[in-house]
Design a protein around this ligand. Structure first.
Ligand SMILES: NC(=O)C1=CN([C@@H]2O[C@H](COP(=O)(O)OP(=O)(O)OC[C@H]3O[C@@H](n4cnc5c(N)ncnc54)[C@H](OP(=O)(O)O)[C@@H]3O)[C@@H](O)[C@H]2O)C=CC1
Ligand SMILES: CC(C)(CO)C(=O)C(=O)O
Length: 306
């Protein structure tokens, strides 16, 4: 492919509009599928505040969920929240071409399989985003910090699609860590997300420092991290020594921060409980790894949701 790729973002919220902006900056043609923000973005494009400069942009095409594509995309970025009852394969199917590469930029563990099964012959790229970005209004996005992606093929490998996308994201101004073991990287990210995200909901949308500094807070977070690490190891992904200290040091350095689940909770939106915690507990059960603290938090949050 000599020309710049045609990209379609499905779920152009905080993450989708940010990484869409980066690919647009790199020279790609970028279209979006929108639901609630359709009118605003169709009229004014995305308006950003960002430490990376002016990232505001207008998509080349703005579709509603019931539209049909004018042209199939080379790559679809799927950036919807991973929620029970949201059939992501059904969401993507009308937009997929025979050769379209599917690129997931979403949190959680074991979230790729349903898409790999639905589109077995299409390239599947799995990405983890290390970024603080949120929607502040229809078509309005605040990028607070960071932006780095970790990228690889699901279940493993790093093919020519990953290489092309990695190059484009870097040309657009963000750092990409390339991996041929993306599932291990998902585990590594879950060492942070699986304790912090659900706990922040139990703590009424608390920020990271309030959680760490609450009496017994850091100790509970360490225990939860140890449980995640034990499951990761049983699943074939041993985590590096010192990962807990490194995570906690980094978190303290970052300052008070509300993760994406805390923001969802505070804004009354559904939370990605299964993708981030439920799937870890399910894998623990398969491997018969005891995770009493994770299990307690999962059940407490399910009660809250019920
Ligand atoms: N925000 C962050 O800083 C980070 C987020 N992540 C992960 O990235 C993923 C995306 O999160 P984020 O961008 O924050 O979430 P947002 O809620 O900001 O964006 C999700 C978007 O998906 C759209 N959407 C959902 N269903 C449909 C549909 N059927 N048709 C069209 N659009 C749809 C939503 O539209 P609508 O408004 O209509 O619901 C919304 O625009 C999550 O997995 C999250 O955990 C990871 C790291 C950091
Ligand atoms: C790691 C972090 C906090 C930001 O990238 C995240 O994944 C989230 O907000 O859910």
């Amino acid at each position: 492919m000599n020309r710049f790729p045609r990209v379609l973002v499905i779920g152009a919220g905080a993450i989708g509009s940010f990484y869409g902006a980066i690919l647009k900056r790199a020279g790609c043609e970028v279209a979006v599928v929108l639901r609630s923000d359709y009118e605003a973005v169709n009229a004014n494009g995305f308006r950003f505040t960002s430490s990376l400069g002016d990232l505001s942009w207008r998509p080349d095409q703005v579709y509603g969920p019931n539209d049909t594509p004018v042209q199939t995309a080379d790559y679809i970025l799927l950036c919807v929240k991973v929620l029970p009852g949201v059939d992501r394969a059904a969401l993507v199917r009308p937009w997929m071409g025979e050769h379209t590469g599917l690129v997931l930029i979403e949190n959680g563990l074991d979230i790729e399989r349903e898409l790999a099964d639905a589109f077995p012959t299409n390239p599947l790229v799995s990405c983890l985003a290390f970024i603080a970005v949120s929607r502040t209004g229809p078509g309005e996005v605040n990028h607070q910090a960071y932006g780095q992606l970790v990228m690889g093929n699901f279940p493993r490998g790093f093919d020519e699609h990953c290489a092309r996308l990695s190059e484009l994201f870097q040309q657009g101004g963000i750092k990409v860590d390339e991996t041929d073991a993306v599932v291990g990287e998902r585990w590594r990210k879950c060492v942070w997300n699986t304790p912090f995200n659900p706990l922040s909901v139990l703590a009424n949308g608390a920020d990271t420092l309030s959680m760490l500094d609450a009496p017994g807070g850091e100790s509970l977070i360490r225990t939860l991290m140890e449980e995640v690490i034990a499951v990761a190891e049983a699943d074939g992904y041993p985590m590096p020594d010192g990962i807990i200290d490194k995570n906690l040091e980094g978190t303290r350095k970052m300052g008070a921060y509300k993760n994406s689940m805390a923001l969802d909770y505070l804004q009354g939106r559904a939370i990605e409980l299964d993708a981030i915690l439920g799937n870890v507990v399910a894998i623990a059960r398969q491997h018969q790894v005891p995770v009493p603290h994770l299990q307690t938090i999962l059940v407490a949050l399910r009660m809250r949701q019920a």
